[in-house]
Design a binder for this molecule. Sequence first.
Ligand SMILES: [Zn+2]
Length: 641
Amino acid sequence: MRELGITRVRIGEFAWSKIEPDPGRFDWAWLDEAMDVLHEAGLGIILGTPTATPPKWLIDQNPSILPVGRDGRVRGFGSRRHYCFRSPAYLRETERIVTALAERYGSHPGLVAWQTDNEYGCHDTTRCWCDTCRSEFRTWLKDRYETVDALNDAWWTTFWSQTYRTFGEVELPEQAVTETNPSHQLDYRRFASDGVVAYNALQVRILKAHSDAPVVHNSMMLFGDYDHVDLADDLDAIAFDNYPIGQLEESPFSLDVKEQFLRTGHPDLVTLSHDLYRGLKDQPHWIMEQQPGQVNWAPNNALPAAGAVRLWTLQGFAHGAEMVSWFRYRAAVGAQETNHAGLLRHDGTPDVAYHEAKRVAGELAAPEHRDVHTAIRSTGDATDRPRVALLVDFEDLWATDIQPHASAFNYWGQLFGFYAPLRGLDVPVDLVPKKHAGREDEPHARSLEPYDLVIAPAMQLVDEDVAQRLDRYVKAGGRLLLGPRSGARTVTGRAQEAAPGPLRDLVGARVTRVDGLRPDVQRSITMLNGNESLTYRVWADLLEVEGDGVALAHYDDPAYQGATAYVKRSHGSGEARMLGASLELEAMTTLLEAWLGELGIPTRRLPDGLRRSGAWWLNFTSEAHTIDGVTIPALEAVPVS
Ligand SMILES: [Zn+2]
């Protein structure tokens, strides 16, 4: 590992049955040896707590640890993540094993960080339908609403005769004849997310009591079942697991796109994760796992292109990562992940990625590239900071999931619909958590002041608080763009009287009707300045201009009877706009290019698959491209001159 240029190694994240083979009998010898061997070789150790895999004896002792699925059936032992985040027995056991581990290794000289658990929520384990969860959900609701009348009002339970007399009557939102109340579902998502965050906080508290090492968690790419903003607030750094090919294979992209990026993954989809996870804490993030070859878990598992492993690594550092770690070092010779590649093959001989990892480790150690990760990251000098920000929020994601209203309308898709055109225009982007955006003097507050343009791509839930923060930003000279469905709902999931709710006056328009379309239906809007036609699919908010609002585009579909598609309202040097249609990527590129030009933000159209990430040109295509007089060969990375 040292010869390869590796400096950190993560171990132990599923090792409970090796650490404690029988109840109360700990076998530390093998882990002591591993820690010492790695440390003596000069490698820093990231030690995982083993709580994603409670051993068989523990489950037999305490079957109440097991989670219950939405079908009411217990999800049993035999794989991983088989625990309920709120099981009292499991909280006790977690405290016991994490304390033992922290006491043993908290001051080991080789320890550089802790990883809590592993990939919270994977395999649909964020929500559980057990008796403990039902009872704690009722308590959670009482804390939130205080009176059952307030809950009935927030959920509008008069409809379908759902009025509750006590909190004790509220069931978990599943196993009903058809769709359960969407506000009920939204609160259950919040409750479940709070359970994950509290469970993680328990581990953080124990680890911090015994150790000065930073505590991190490895999240999954664009995974939305729990609120990553809340989780990140409790951690010293946030990590994610980077699987570009597996992710594309599981994504809803067309077969054409999957073919185009078969062996590299989609570069904009990957950097969306980098920018999201960097943005959660506005500090360098970590890649805890990155695929060094094919994975085992996607429906189909293609080999990466020669050079892809190096490109992903440079891409990560250039987007603000301060660590990239591969999963795994050597391919496992048995069990569930036998087919997952390592840097070494099953027989221990170096695979293709081994040589790429070695090359990139050497490149990154070169003096001229030492600061590669500072080139785009948003911390430090504000002049390095991207000028455009996207707001991100997990409650908005849940609201979208619960009632999509058009089958192809999904949260990440909406975010990508703005993000990818910006990246294709060579514009760096920050992602900023909506719940921290524009706050002042509060823990985790994130100023919007550095940004010339803030885009809320899919902000369905809007209350007075967020509206005031955005209002303040615009009236101080900022520019705001609201995407489709903005402000359609209150935070309890009820309809605003008219979208965008409390932002109506700011943008000078209201939504009168909406159109949810099959993904194969394409329609267009016409820009009033220049008559350019821009296409959209899936969603249209029909806008009606109010007050000082000014229409910028009309819909062309006669069914809409001339409704406005795009509107702006000026506020001194600031400006707020709302776009009602889910534009296709090419159309969005045209729309953003024009406005960015007016704002003095430089743009240029890059070929698909050629991207500038920080100080590097990265070419994910199979042909060479020349830009600024520099030729970037196929599947190569070249420093920006
Ligand atoms: Zn449960």
